[in-house]
Design a protein around this ligand. Structure first.
Ligand code: RP5
Length: 166
């Protein structure tokens, strides 16, 4: 369940159609017990809302912003242009171009305004959640411990997967 009290992370997306992907970032934040806020904010359909969100993000106590969008995916870059908080961009897989458009829209930021861009689609959303936790872990030692546990669980899964080689 989303913990929205005093959120440290915002997970925003250009459309509700991005939720299938972006909920994987939220799943990670839930798993690590990180409070977050989730919201649809469109760079094109609600530009004023986007500007208001970005300008007030730090003042509102946020520490990291995860922004997902597909197609002409301007949301992460335009939020990054209006805040100095770290922004992680998730390219959502598009129907027309399989997410190439999303990826290139997000990754090719001009020098001076960074967006940490993840892989396209589900892996990218999961990694966005993890990267946000890793950023917070620099200041929150309990998250560093949980990250160690998470990595160990990945190792165990690999070891267990040998049983499937029959
Ligand atoms: C982008 O356009 C959204 O991020 C979404 O990935 C894409 C399509 O949006 P919908 O037409 O499904 O609302 O702004």
């Amino acid at each position: 369940m989303a913990n929205e009290s005093k959120p440290e992370v915002a997970v925003v997306m250009g459309s509700a159609s991005d939720w299938e992907t972006m909920k994987l970032a939220c799943n990670i934040l839930d798993q690590f017990g990180v409070a977050y806020h989730k919201q649809v904010i469109s760079a094109h359909r609600t530009p004023e809302l986007m500007a208001d969100f970005a300008h007030n993000a730090r003042k509102n106590g946020l520490k990291v912003i995860i922004a997902g969008a597909g197609g002409a995916a301007h949301l992460p870059g335009m939020i990054a242009a209006q805040t100095t908080l770290p922004v992680i961009g998730v390219p959502v897989r598009s129907h027309a171009l399989s997410g190439w458009d999303s990826l290139l829209s997000i990754v090719q930021m001009p020098g001076g305004i960074p967006v940490a861009t993840t892989a396209v689609g589900n892996s990218g959303a999961t990694n966005a959640g993890l990267l946000a936790v890793q950023m917070l872990s620099a200041f929150e030692p309990e998250l560093a411990d949980k990250l160690e546990d998470y990595r160990n669980s990945l190792k165990e899964k690999v070891a267990e997967s040998n049983a499937q080689l029959v």
